[in-house]
Design a binder for this molecule. Structure first.
Ligand SMILES: C[S@@+](CC[C@H](N)C(=O)[O-])C[C@H]1O[C@@H](n2cnc3c(N)ncnc32)[C@H](O)[C@@H]1O
Length: 277
């Protein structure tokens, strides 16, 4: 990351000090037009280090899964279990380490778990056997394409949306919205920025997202608007780390006259037709 940080002054000068929307200081530093995650496909050592960082970054802090947030959405009905409904679909789940944490803290919450990421990234995971033992399957999936897991109870995205600017974020979220059943939820696990007076940990995350990905951390209002423009509506925000503002941002399918009239059924639940961009 250091070369990218060193490139910030030159990059901002060239950009007339505007917020980047596509290319980032990373691109200037590494002389590439590829976004970090695409660039990593031909730089597996960097990708491996990135995955290890994501698994380790909150070690020493209490796990979010240790009753820090309400678990009301992570429940399947008897009918759901008979229908083999997916309990959690971890979108952009990296090596799947959050799914293992979830299972460790909530062994009573049975149901299938699927962790999705780019196939090339999943090949780097060192915990595939552990995942299989816990009934967690890996599914290669590009989250800009149609979501293959339909009607999961929870679509979970940890530190994914903050990697993207608004336009790509809307594509990711609307692909999920189209796959949801009426009682599905999307949980975005990201930092919530205050309107003013952000702490240094929050600001450093925001700066990292700009530097590496031309992206950002968002306020609650910004999330609400983003969700709204993706066929979803904000239902709850549960902050579980006050230093960073790490939060579960819970969204449900947006109910409007269009979707109310045009519903179909997935796993026995009414499935939203979702929103088109
Ligand atoms: C910051 S990491 C977060 C990983 C994991 N959710 C976590 O909390 O550790 C972002 C993840 O998004 C994945 N990703 C990037 N582009 C993707 C795409 N187009 N489709 C699916 N996953 C993608 C990356 O491979 C990476 O694992």
């Amino acid at each position: 990351m250091t070369p990218a940080y060193n490139a910030i002054p030159k990059f901002l000068k060239e950009q007339a000090y505007k917020n980047p929307t596509k290319l980032a200081p990373f691109n200037l530093a590494y002389q590439t037009d590829l976004p970090v995650f695409k660039w990593r496909e031909s730089n597996p050592e960097n990708a491996k280090a990135g995955q290890a960082f994501m698994a380790a970054q909150r070690i020493g802090q209490r796990s979010v899964w240790d009753n820090q947030v309400p678990m009301q959405d992570f429940q399947l009905s008897r009918e759901d279990i008979v229908n083999d409904r997916v309990l959690v679909c971890d979108v952009g789940g990296g090596s799947g380490h959050q799914c293992l944490e979830f299972r460790k803290h909530h062994p009573q919450l049975t149901g299938r778990i699927v962790t999705e990421d780019l196939g090339t990234m999943q090949e780097l995971s060192t915990i595939c056997e552990d995942l299989a033992k816990e009934n967690i399957s890996m599914q290669p999936h590009d989250f800009f394409e149609e979501q293959p897991v339909k009607g999961a109870k929870v679509y979970y995205l940890r530190n994914v949306i903050h990697n993207w600017n608004d336009e790509p974020s809307k594509i990711i979220l609307s692909q999920i919205a189209k796959a949801m059943a009426s009682d599905s939820v999307v949980i975005v696990d990201d930092v919530i920025m205050p309107q003013v007076g952000a702490g240094w940990k929050q600001s450093s995350m925001d700066l990292a997202m700009m530097t590496m990905l031309a992206a950002m951390e968002r306020t609650k209002d910004h999330f609400s608007q983003l969700l709204n423009e993706s066929g979803l509506q904000l239902r709850d925000v549960w902050t579980y780390d006050s230093d960073y503002g790490d939060s579960f941002i819970v969204a449900v399918p947006k109910v409007d006259s269009k979707t109310a009239n045009g519903t179909s059924s997935i796993n026995g639940h009414a499935a939203s037709n979702g929103a088109s961009l």
